[in-house]
Design a protein around this ligand. Structure first.
Ligand SMILES: [Zn+2]
Length: 150
């Protein structure tokens, strides 16, 4: 078994971020741990569309808000014994991990935006305008589409 206090990807101690433990009952010796930051990067790298990125950004923002309220309600948490510190899932660690996720999703969204062609980006803006029932804007944007195949 590797050192479960350290992230098996970046080698950093999991420390302040809620981490993910991968363990199998069939091969307990192969258990490993991935820190919240690396888990966030992995997840974000798997996103293939702006819509997907938007979805996760929205969801993560909502979860952060909920957790913020919870932390405000009970700011004092039971102290964690030192030996358990690397593994303990405290609200603050989850909060930091969620922030790492949000940052990773946002930067992946930027990447996806950059990869998109200008026409694709316009199509996306049109879909968003229609979703928001802003048909005037959608019509304006449609005029910017090249060709008159629509
Ligand atoms: Zn890591």
């Amino acid at each position: 078994m590797g050192d479960l206090r350290k992230c098996s990807k970046c080698g950093q101690p999991s420390g302040d971020y809620a981490s993910v433990l991968f363990a199998s009952v069939f091969a307990p010796k192969d258990s490993f741990m991935i820190c919240g930051r690396c888990a966030a990067d992995d997840h974000a790298a798997g996103l293939v569309s702006i819509e997907e990125a938007d979805h996760f950004i929205e969801e993560t923002t909502m979860n952060l808000e909920k957790l913020e309220e919870l932390i405000k309600l009970c700011p004092e948490t039971t102290p964690v014994p030192e030996e358990l510190e690397p593994f303990a899932m405290t609200p603050l660690k989850v909060y930091r991990a969620l922030q790492a996720y949000l940052a990773a999703f946002k930067s992946r969204r930027m990447e996806l935006m950059t990869e998109m062609g200008s026409e694709q980006r316009l199509q996306y803006e049109i879909r968003k305008a229609v979703d928001a029932e802003n048909y005037e804007l959608a019509a304006e944007l449609k005029k910017q589409l090249p060709g008159d195949a629509h």
